[in-house]
Design a protein around this ligand. Structure first.
Ligand code: UDP
Length: 393
């Protein structure tokens, strides 16, 4: 099979019906979103699926591999303490290139906008191997925010052959950048598949049930924050706002699984350690995190995945960022942007505490990001792409 040649789809020649597909991930969100795709691909006999982890994150990633029963064929082990995105990029490219030399896959499948994703797309492009990009077309319009993800997204799209867009807005973003329409596939976001799978299959741990039991008569705020561009100033200010809010209102509490990044840990320890009704946790596994989301009064987060999970769970989210590449979350009424101005964030917390009409009105809505069948759609598209007749239609 030859899936390469990004310029003219009619030049695709599918000689063999079977294909070798290399799937690459390196961080928690990539594992969550690629797990259902890998499982679909592995169930299709004509595909030989090779799974590669860069281990851009190790501690965060490992529990997710177990949870989704993901076996990796190669581990690039690129993670070391405090390294820069450039170091991750160069190490991943160098190691992956050797694997491509040996395995000679027909397609590389990457997901999202991390440094690992960029490394996979570039390495594939340089070897003239087709690249499939899951969750293509997310844009904030600000090249520096989120940093470096927005730049990664644009570069990845340039190197991509098949763009799997989660929403029609994502598809439009790609069309605006002159990606050929025939290369864009509207699939939904596979995070909904994973969320449904985990909720069906697992129950939360006793430790997390106990945290929820301790706080269920209060208004628990669940916090995640780890974005690189927030380290400089905003993170400190936002944590101070949250601390003051919790201290002021005795029926509130804060649950914060703290990201292992040392910048996040230092600021958090300085501001929140030892504060009453603040529960600082290690990052929790997906089952437990879903349970925390379900039982929160409000979620405050700068995470992308959390915005995509909230509509299924019917939970309100304050997005701790100035912009979002997921405007669908705001539009469906589940999320509000509160970042970039800590005083405004504080005011919004107070306003919603005094009159929590919005918070109480947020309900489960049809998830604008996906219907839980996205992985199957992607696998079906790849199957049809590898079939000679359909490709030349
Ligand atoms: N998450 C988790 N445990 C935690 C914090 C987050 O399982 O302690 C999940 C969350 O539900 C979401 C994903 O991890 O699906 C978000 O990961 P992250 O914030 O690292 O990445 P982003 O979504 O911003 O790309």
């Amino acid at each position: 099979m030859n899936l390469a040649n990004p310029t003219n789809p009619l030049e695709f020649k599918s000689i063999e019906v079977s294909a070798k597909i290399l799937v690459l991930f390196g961080t928690r969100p990539e594992a969550i979103k690629l797990a259902p795709v890998i499982n679909e691909l592995r169930s299709i006999k004509r595909f030989h699926t090779i799974v590669v982890s860069s281990s851009q994150h190790t501690d965060l990633l490992t529990p997710f591999l177990r949870l989704f029963d993901l076996e990796t064929d190669y581990d690039l082990k690129v993670m070391t303490d405090n390294q820069t995105p450039n170091q991750v990029l160069s190490k991943t490219i160098a190691s992956l290139d050797e694997i491509l030399e040996n395995e000679k896959p027909d397609l590389i499948l990457v997901q999202g906008d991390t440094t690992t994703t960029l490394a996979g797309a570039l390495t594939g492009f340089n070897r003239d191997i087709a690249v499939g990009h899951v969750e293509a077309g997310l844009r904030t319009g600000n090249i520096r925010s989120p940093f470096p993800e927005e730049m990664n997204r644009r570069l990845i799209s340039q190197a991509t052959t098949f763009h799997f867009a989660a929403t029609s807005e994502n598809r439009q973003n790609l069309l605006r950048e002159h990606v050929p329409e025939s290369r864009i596939y509207l699939t939904g976001n596979t995070i909904v598949d994973s969320l449904n799978f985990i909720r069906r299959k697992y129950s939360p741990s006793d430790a997390i049930r106990s945290v929820v039991n301790q706080t269920n008569r209060m208004r628990p705020i669940l916090l995640t924050t780890h974005r690189r561009e927030s380290f400089r100033r905003d993170m400190r200010e936002n944590l101070l706002v949250l601390r003051d809010f919790i201290q002021k209102h005795s029926n509130t509490c804060l649950i914060f699984p703290v990201h292992p990044n040392p910048n996040v840990r230092n600021i958090t320890n300085q501001i929140l350690k030892g504060v009453d009704r603040v529960h600082l946790l290690e990052p929790v596994d997906y089952t437990d995190f879903i349970h925390l989301m379900e039982n929160s009064w409000l979620i405050v987060s700068d995470s992308g995945g959390v915005q995509e999970e909230a509509p299924t769970l019917g939970k309100p989210v304050f997005i701790l960022r100035e912009n979002t590449e997921r405007p669908e979350a705001v539009r469906c009424g589940i999320a509000k942007l509160v970042g970039g101005n800590p005083r405004k964030f504080g005011r919004m917390l107070e306003d919603n505490y005094l009159a929590d009409t919005w918070i109480r009105s947020v309900k489960q809505v049809q998830n604008p990001f996906g219907d839980g069948k996205s992985a199957k759609r992607i696998a079906n598209i790849l199957t049809s792409l590898s079939r000679p007749l359909s490709i030349n239609k």
